[in-house]
Design a protein around this ligand. Structure first.
Ligand SMILES: Cc1ncc(COP(=O)(O)O)c(C=O)c1O
Length: 418
């Protein structure tokens, strides 16, 4: 990482929406809450909190089974949320499935598609930069099926190589390729459309983990060409407990259900059952109704800002954060150097300080950053690291918060005498 030679211009980017997020009015140790852990989970605007509370307060009933007017309201709210979420990501409603989170969305594909289509001698290809959510399900599948799990490598700039993808696909045994849209550790934005086109041409299926992309940039799943694209509501200003899987309709239609029980059936006999239509075939049991309604409000909120605006804001913040972090002696930032190739997060180490100490000392100044392996242990091993500290921005982040992070890191270094 290069050191800055002169003080950077203070960044001025702001969406002016901090006041929409009530939690950001809190103080810790007399400091305002400076929340730089949006990659772990986002904070929630009043619009989402109110939509959730309004549903529970005024419209709560189970869905798909009541004929009385209150149940019809709840149905309309839940299916209306699906419509808004699908349109937000350029997907079809019928192939937009609500799950618990992206982890469940990926497991759905690993179980319902993987068990039927991956056999002994086949290969599943993932990348070294995957979160455990997009790694362990494929490990388990491959072990069960005597299939091979292979990895695309991350280069010294934190990027994948399309040439390596081509040569892996040319081996002819790859049935499925799973990769993240944006790395939660390196920040790398992967070239999804270029990758899915190659994967499709090789006759394999693509699974994209959009957890760190959908909240931060325009995402159109149809244009990206992924066979399956999953993301998680709580990182996208929505509540916990709701995630999304978009799938290609032909694939979803051909798949057996993942979870079975109520709501996902067409009819049940003593010894057999037939399945409901899409998307309900994949939504067994009472779904996360109020949470989906909250997510509908979240995508409306993001849509009203405009995802191009969101990306432009976060790009400016990320560039500023990168420049300011580089002022700190002994600090190394992981991942691509060009902010255009990365999302709004920076994982870093500081010589002589454990990442947990960095995060702990920052926390005393009200600055929330994450430290650890970020659920990406194979990546950490490839980087020869045990942990990093990670600062990540969101729509509500303002430049003075980056300045506060830098001040806290400088003070922290002084404590350690580094
Ligand atoms: C890239 C990525 N994938 C998957 C996940 C898992 O998300 P969830 O726990 O909501 O399923 C995360 C969360 O940190 C993530 O950053």
């Amino acid at each position: 990482m290069q050191q800055a030679v002169s003080a950077p211009e203070p960044a001025t980017t702001t969406l002016g929406i901090r006041q929409d997020f009530p939690i950001l009015a809190r103080t810790f140790n007399g400091h305002p809450l400076i929340y730089l852990d949006s990659a772990a989970t986002s904070q929630k605007p009043n619009a989402v909190i109110d939509a959730l509370a309004d549903h529970l307060r005024n419209h709560n009933a189970n869905v798909h089974r009541g004929v009385y007017p209150l149940a019809a309201e709840s149905d309309a709210a839940y299916e209306g949320a699906r419509k808004r979420v699908a349109s937000f990501t350029g997907a079809e409603q019928l192939s937009t499935i609500f799950t618990k989170n992206v982890t469940e969305a990926i497991n759905l594909v690993a179980y319902a598609w993987g068990r039927a289509n991956v056999h002994a001698g086949d290969a599943v290809l993932i990348t070294q930069m995957e979160h455990h959510a997009n790694l362990v399900p494929w490990q388990v599948l491959c072990r069960e099926r005597s299939a091979q799990l292979r990895y695309l490598e991350v280069d010294e700039h934190g990027q994948l190589s399309l040439e390596q993808l081509d040569s892996e696909l040319a081996r002819g045994d790859v049935r499925l390729v799973a990769f993240t849209h944006v790395s939660n550790v390196l920040g790398t934005i992967n070239p999804v459309a270029a990758m899915t086109a190659r994967i499709r041409a090789a006759g394999a299926v693509s699974v994209v983990d959009g957890a760190q992309a959908v909240p931060h940039m325009p995402v159109n799943v149809a244009a990206l060409g992924a066979d399956f694209y999953g993301w998680t509501g709580h990182k996208a200003l929505g509540p916990t407990g709701v995630g999304v899987l978009h799938g290609r309709t032909e694939l979803l239609d051909a798949m057996e259900p993942f979870l079975t029980g109520g709501d996902m059936i067409a009819s049940v006999e003593a010894q057999s059952a037939t399945w409901n239509e899409l998307p309900w075939k994949f939504e067994a049991g009472t779904p996360p109704i109020a949470e989906a309604v909250g997510l509908g409000a979240a995508v409306d909120y993001l849509g009203a800002i405009g995802m191009d605006q969101v990306r432009a804001h976060e790009l400016a913040l990320a560039a500023y954060m990168h420049t300011r972090l580089a002022e700190i002696p002994g600090l190394q930032i992981m991942g691509p150097e060009d902010p255009e190739h990365r999302g709004g997060l920076a994982s870093f180490t500081i010589d002589g300080m454990h990442p947990h100490d960095i995060a702990e000392l920052a926390g005393r100044a009200g600055v929330c950053i994450r430290a650890g392996h970020h659920c990406a242990q194979p990546l950490m091993r490839a980087l020869d690291l045990r942990a990093t500290a990670r600062a990540s921005v969101g729509v509500y982040t303002e430049p003075w918060e980056i300045d506060a992070l830098i001040d806290a890191l400088i003070a922290g270094r002084a404590v350690f005498g580094t």
